[in-house]
Design a protein around this ligand. Structure first.
Ligand SMILES: [Ca+2]
Length: 427
């Protein structure tokens, strides 16, 4: 009996020790996530889940709001730690989750009591390193999905030691399951973590992604300003992973000086469509940036949270390189306002375009990680290139991660408690 117990303990300790070890493989030029990864063979098993309360109490907006009070309907639960989601044209949601490194397929409930949830794709064990921020972080559905059935996933990957790089993998949807995993892009830089993770198709039908500063050594940080490195960049690719035509720089690079961005939104009410990204700062400035071709968003080795007369916020975190594009909005620490002693940290964003929230039509919705706020901004100017001060339009308390709209315009978000919620007018 004792020897069995001892053996069990030893096994547990062995596994614990093993789990904390980083892979020791040497760096290789070849991606470590190969298309040979076995596609999931699990049969789709529609697993209806009964949801308890369909509405959660909300606090009325605390800022001087001009929008009607918002509430939520819970449309899915039990998704672990969802990092992003995207809709297929048939109304399913594909949700990446860091808990288990899985992509879920979810059919949002229609009667508020039932939701269908099944695995879409399970990344094989060992695909990702045991480091913070590694895993599937973003997902985008091909605008030609009806014919191609392709979806694309942003992966913060293992390379070797405690380093990560970024890969984009395509998956083919066959009868509700992801198959034919195919790596279409591998970043040329490696580092530690904070790899970003935004992945969207633009109105130009190109794949847009953000790769963060991959915080590691000073050399990694210096790469953020280097046009030949994928670190700290906004990248624009064709669906086959090669650089999109019309980029200002090689290697798919569209803009530089990005810190660690998860949030991105095209504005369908502007022509041509403006592209906005949210950028969590260090322990000071968060940013909302308007993306322009070849822009430098100013992040780099000189960034500091110290404020001086010469370098007030947001200049203190925007002082690398030349021709710096300053944020259109930024947030410093303001505990009474944000309900946290950290900046709010934008993690998801979308523009309300027929989102069924009448007084919010045309506004930018931003979800925040800390204190879980939905902030809404009115755009300023004919070209909608400016932002008014935000209103706190909904308080979720739980950190919000992804925000997006369904094909019918409704706005959804996912949170760190594994829920997906739809925003509605509070009645
Ligand atoms: Ca910046």
């Amino acid at each position: 009996m004792h020897s069995t117990l001892l053996l069990s303990l030893l096994l547990v300790l062995f596994h614990l020790a093993d789990a904390t070890k980083f892979p020791t493989r040497k760096p290789t030029a070849a991606p470590t996530f190969l298309p040979t990864a076995e596609p999931t063979t699990r049969e789709p098993t529609a697993e209806p889940t009964t949801l308890a309360p369909t509405r959660k109490p909300t606090r009325k907006p605390t800022a001087k709001g001009h929008g009607m009070p918002l509430n939520v309907e819970i449309v899915a639960s039990g998704l672990g730690f969802p990092s992003s989601f995207a809709f297929t044209p048939d109304g399913r949601m594909l949700v990446t989750s860091l808990a288990g490194n899985i992509v879920w397929s979810v059919k949002p409930n229609v009667n508020q009591t039932l939701v269908e949830k099944q695995p879409f794709y399970q990344f094989p064990p060992g695909t990702f390193p045991p480091v913070e921020g590694a895993g599937p972080l973003g997902i985008a559905v091909d605008p030609d999905y009806k014919t191609t059935k392709l979806v694309f996933v942003f992966l913060a990957m293992a390379n070797s030691g405690n380093t990560t790089h970024v890969q984009i993998v395509s998956l083919k949807d066959v009868d509700g399951a992801g198959t034919d995993a195919n790596v279409i892009f591998t970043s040329n830089s490696y580092s530690n973590f904070e790899t970003g993770g935004m992945l969207k198709f633009g109105p130009d039908r190109m794949l847009w992604l953000t790769i963060g500063h991959q915080l590691g050594t000073p050399e990694d940080l210096a790469n953020v300003q280097d046009w030949s490195s994928h670190t700290g960049k906004i990248i624009r690719l064709k669906k086959d992973g090669t650089p999109a035509p019309g980029n200002p720089h090689p290697l798919g690079i569209y803009a530089k000086g990005v810190r660690n961005s998860f949030a991105g939104a095209f504005d369908p009410k502007s022509k041509p469509q403006n592209f906005w990204v949210g950028e969590p700062g260090p322990d000071c400035n968060d940013e909302i940036n308007l993306v322009t071709k070849g822009a430098n968003f100013g992040w780099g080795i000189h960034a500091t949270c110290n404020v001086t007369k010469a370098k007030p916020a947001p200049w203190n975190t925007n002082q690398d390189g030349t021709k710096i594009s300053l944020p259109k909005a930024f947030f410093t620490i303001d505990p009474p306002k944000w309900g946290t002693d950290r900046p709010p940290t934008p993690t998801g964003m979308v523009v309300c375009n027929k989102c069924k929230l009448p007084t919010y039509e045309g506004r930018l919705f931003v979800g925040t990680f800390h204190a879980g706020r939905i902030l809404t901004f009115k755009f300023l100017g004919k070209k909608r290139t400016g932002l008014a001060a935000p209103e706190i339009s909904y308080v979720n308390y739980i950190p919000i991660i992804g925000v997006d709209r369904s094909p019918d315009g409704a706005i959804y978000f996912c949170d760190a408690a594994g829920f997906i919620k739809r925003l509605v007018i509070d009645k």
